[in-house]
Each structure stands twice: as structure tokens, then as C-alpha cells.
Design a protein around this ligand. Structure first.
Ligand code: SF4
Ligand code: SF4
Length: 79
């Protein structure tokens, strides 16, 4: 288990068109397409498996992915 802080992709479902580019480029295959109210969108289905590489955010043609740094677990915060 890693204790270092990493950024995870957060998908803006308003902007996401469900094109699947991010799913295709993700090296560990932790993104998949889901359906919400008949609209496809990208979702992170395995957050611990995400390396935080940001390839998905770079590749998204619609600027729908933001990399958001996750807070460190309480017992690993610097004093
Ligand atoms: S940041 Fe990298 S590993 Fe994480 S979902 Fe995006 S492409 Fe995949
Ligand atoms: S590349 Fe962007 S628009 Fe396409 S499915 Fe991924 S988040 Fe949605």
C-alpha cells in the first residue's frame, strides 16, 4: 500500500461526451465508460489502481478531466 499523496482524475460529467479516449489511453485500465440517464461518461472504477499519471486528462479532447490531489491519510500528515 502506498502512503504518498497522489492526484486522481475527476470527470466533469457535463463536459464528458463518452468518447472513450481516456479509457483507451489509461495504462492500468482503471477507467471505464458508464451510463447515466442515457448518456455515456467516463468513470474511475479502481481508484487505488490509478497511478495519477494524468494521461487521461491530457488526452481528453473536451477538457472534461481534472486531476485533483487527494488529502493524505490522517496518520501520514506532516506535523
Ligand atoms: S491518471 Fe493515469 S492511471 Fe489514473 S485514470 Fe488517468 S490515465 Fe489512468
Ligand atoms: S476523453 Fe474526455 S470526453 Fe472522452 S470519455 Fe474521457 S473524459 Fe469523457
Amino acid at each position: 500500500m502506498t502512503t504518498e499523496r497522489k492526484a486522481l482524475p475527476v470527470v466533469n460529467t457535463e463536459r464528458c461526451t463518452g468518447c472513450g479516449w481516456c479509457v483507451a489511453v489509461c495504462p492500468p485500465h482503471v477507467l471505464s465508460l458508464g451510463v447515466l440517464r442515457w448518456k455515456k461518461f467516463s468513470q474511475l472504477h479502481d481508484a487505488p489502481g490509478c497511478t495519477g499519471c494524468a494521461l487521461c486528462a491530457v488526452k481528453c479532447p473536451f477538457d472534461a478531466i481534472a486531476m485533483v490531489r487527494q488529502p493524505a491519510p490522517a496518520n501520514h500528515r506532516p506535523r
